[in-house]
Design a protein around this ligand. Sequence first.
Ligand code: PMP
Length: 410
Amino acid sequence: MATQSFDPLKYRTDFPVLDQQVHGKPLIYFDNAATTQKPRQVIQAIAHYYENDNANVHRAIHTLGERATMLYEEARQKIADFINAPAARQIVFTRGTTESINLVAASWGEAFIKEGDEIIVSEMEHHSNLIPWQLLAQKVGAKLRFLPFDENGMIDFKSFEKIFSERTRFVAITNMSNVFGTINPVKKIIALAHEHDVPVLLDGAQSVPHLPTDVQQLDCDFLAFSGHKMLGPTGIGALYAKEKYLQEMPPYQGGGEMIQSVWLDRATWNEIPYKFEAGTPNISGAIGLGAAIDYLQNIGMENITLYEQELTTYALQKMHEIEELTIYGNAPERGAVISFNLGEVHPHDLSHFLDQQGIAVRAGHHCAQPIMRKLNIAATTRASFYLYNTKQEIDFFVEQLKEAVKFFSF
Ligand code: PMP
C-alpha cells in the first residue's frame, strides 16, 4: 500500500499536547471527530501574528493593518485552493460548520424557500445540519423530508430518487457521518438534484479534514466545514458557495464591513464575501487555519486518507474479534470513525474506564439523537483517528477493551 512510507511518528512530535501522560499512562487521543490537536506550526502562526502583525483588517492604511489584511486574505486563498474553489471570494469565513449552515438556511433559505417547498436532509445528520432546516421550515411553512439509513448505516441512492419530487427545493446532507463514518454517495445526489435545478449543501465537517475535496468536481453548491477538526484553531471555519448563490443571497448579519454605503434609513452591501462577514472577524483563527492547511498539504491529503483507511481497517479487524462489541456502521466506503457499544455497559462508564488508561474516546449521542432513536440506544462510544495515531495505540486500545469485558464481568 502507498502508506508504507507514511510515518505518523514523524508528525507526532509536532503536536506538543500528545506528549503527556493521563492517569500515569501515555495519552492516546482518539476523539478526533470531536476536535483535533494542533501542531506547533499552527500555534506558532497564531503567536507570530499577535507578536508581530496584530491589527484590524480591511480598515487601516498603516503597515500593521495592511499586513494583517494580507495574512487574512492569504488564508482565504489557501482555503480556496485546498478545496479547489474557483475563486477566494467564494470562501466566507465563519465560526465553523454550524454557523456556515445557519448562514445558508437563514439567508438563501428565507429568501428562496417558500411555503409547501420541501427540503431533503438525511436521518444521519449532525444536529448542525438538521436544526437550522427545522427552524427554517417552521418559519416559512416548508416541509422536511428524510433520507433513511439502513442497517449498515448507509444511504441508498434509490431512496433519494424516491423522495425527490417536484416540490424539492433544497438538499442538505453530510459528506461523511460523524457516527457511522459512512461516506455518502453525494456526487450522485448532487447530479440528480441538479437535473432539477435544486441546490445541494454538503456538511463537510468530517470529510474536508480527512479526504481530498474538490468542490468543482463534486459540483456542490454549498460546503460547510470547521477549522478545529483539521488541525486549526476553534472558532473559525468556512462556507464555500457557488458565486451565483452568494450574489443572490441577502446579508446574514448586519454591521461593519458588510456594507458599501450607509444612510440613516438604508444601506447597500459590500461585494462578496465581505457582505457575509459583519464585524471584526477571527483574524488569528483564519491565519491559524491557513497554517493548518499548509501542514496538511505538505503531507498530502491522499496520503492522509490512505493512512486513515489502513488504521480503520486494522482497528475494525481487531475489534470484530471481541464478540461483546456491537459496531454501528458497516459501509465499505468509510472514514476513520468507529462507533460501538460493549454489551449493556453505558458508554460513559466505558469511556471513564478507558480514560483511566490514558485513552480519550467520545461517549454520547454525538449530536445525532435521531440516529440513536432509530438504533434504539441512548448513546455509543466512538473512537476516531487522525494522521498522528498509530497501530500501537490501536493495539493498546483493543487490549483495554478486552480488559473492560473482564472488568464489567460478562
Ligand atoms: N457536522 C458534523 C458531521 C460534525 O461532525 C460536526 C462536529 N461534531 C458538526 C457538523 C458541527 O461542527 P462545529 O461544532 O465545528 O460547528
